[in-house]
Design a protein around this ligand. Structure first.
Ligand SMILES: [Zn+2]
Length: 206
């Protein structure tokens, strides 16, 4: 015949269960904290990994940005590096080339792609004298660059009279909330090029 555990034994069992549960929770959360700490340690290690070459490439970008002012451009420059060698370095040429998109990073991406005869720059890293504006940040993503280093921040650029920080605030806004009037029309017809792209067998995906 099965005997029910006595009351004190039952209480001990409950305490045991509760302790087990606490231990499990601690393990779970401890594990999470541990992975958070590991992430931080990884990031710290990444920062530690900044070596003399990283600093030299950034120094080059900063020097070029300063030189660029005297050459009629804005106070920005970017350097693109592949396998430890500079493949493109340019300043901002907006006013000189009458091109509002001729930011340093865009210019550098164009130059690197021309030199390497490619439309994507995986395997390359970009050094920008200043945190890229949203256009350049997107261009860096489009170009599939491996990594971005920047020196001055968007706030430094704003203090110097540039719109970078303002644009970062505008971009996430919904269409009607932006300072730029922005109207969605012919949305269905607008899908036609995508249908044509999907049908086109000789496309080069990017
Ligand atoms: Zn830019």
């Amino acid at each position: 015949m099965e005997r029910k555990p006595s009351r004190p034994v039952q209480i001990l069992l409950y305490i045991g269960l509760a302790l087990g549960l606490v231990l499990l929770l601690r393990l779970a959360f401890g594990g999470l904290t541990g992975s958070g700490e590991r992430m931080q340690a990884k990031r710290a290690a990444e920062t530690d990994k900044i070596d003399v070459m990283n600093l030299a490439f950034m120094q080059r970008a900063i020097e070029l940005a300063e030189q660029n002012i005297r050459q009629g451009g804005g106070p920005f420059a970017a350097v693109i590096v592949k396998d430890g060698r500079i493949v493109a370095e340019t300043g901002n040429t907006v006013t000189k080339s009458l091109d509002p998109t001729a930011h340093a990073e865009v210019n550098a991406i164009r130059e690197a792609c021309r030199r390497l005869q490619t439309f994507e720059l995986s395997g390359c890293e970009i050094y920008s004298s200043c945190e890229p504006c949203p256009m350049c940040m997107a261009a860096i993503y489009w170009a599939r660059l491996d990594k971005l280093y920047f020196a001055a921040t968007r706030q430094d650029a704003a203090a110097a009279g540039f719109d970078d920080d303002f644009l970062y605030k505008e971009v996430p806004l919904a269409c009607g909330e932006r300072s730029l009037p922005c109207v969605n029309i012919m949305a269905d017809e607008g899908k036609q090029p995508f249908a044509a792209w999907a049908r086109y067998e000789e496309k080069i995906p990017y």
